[in-house]
Design a protein around this ligand. Sequence first.
Ligand SMILES: Cc1cc2nc3c(=O)[nH]c(=O)nc-3n(C[C@H](O)[C@H](O)[C@H](O)COP(=O)(O)O)c2cc1C
Length: 250
Amino acid sequence: MRKRGVLAGILCLCLLFAGCQAADNNNAQPEAEVEESSSEASVTEEVEESSSEASAEESSSEASSAETEESASAASKTLVVFFSRTGEQYTVGVIDHGNTAIVAEMISEETGAELFEVLPEDDHYPMTYAELTDVAKQEQNDNARPAYAGTVPDLAQYDTIFIGAPVWWGDWPMIMYTFFEENTEALSGKTLVPFSTHEGSGLSGFDKKLASAIPDSTILEGLAIRGNDCQNQQDSVRETVKSWIAELGM
Ligand SMILES: Cc1cc2nc3c(=O)[nH]c(=O)nc-3n(C[C@H](O)[C@H](O)[C@H](O)COP(=O)(O)O)c2cc1C
């Protein structure tokens, strides 16, 4: 009997011990879950935080690249397109820097504008004055459209485009009509400013002819400079260019 009582006591103790273990395990489980879910939460938060930081950084870098683009486009919103010849020219002999090129460069220096030179694709223009006048006259009679070389810069980035050339037989050289016709759409909506160099004919209607070629554009007052002055009176030409640009409000 006494033996049975001892056994029953041991059994009771075992049951009690097992119960305590079970109770401990039940308590441990939620703790682990809380830890896990809280660590999940903190990981998610960190990811969200860092992803929101990243997107903030991204949008700030987007903003700064937009600013850079804006300031680049603000700095380069004016272009000077020009055609000019070296070799033998009227009243100045043989020159190695074209008259119109000199004015184009001055405009660029005064406004910060970029330059695009219209160069013939096949340079068939003679270097002697008399021969050049013959070729130019023939092109005019034929209403020719001589091809130019190179790729025109993306004109969409410019608001104002100065366009200059020597007067040839009272008109734009025919290669400039090639330029106007090949870029009519891109030049439409722009502010265009014509300029010429000449030896007596002035602007020769460059402004009206440009308006006819690009009807959907705003043509500002043009400038005509003597070719001889470009070679021999550069200080006074620069002053004239400066005051013209100031009058244009640039
Ligand atoms: C083919 C040709 C035709 C010209 N026709 C005229 C003209 O009709 N009226 C004028 O005043 N000057 C005329 N000139 C003179 C040029 O307009 C002047 O020399 C100009 O400054 C040349 O510029 P460039 O060096 O940029 O080519 C002509 C010159 C050439 C070569």
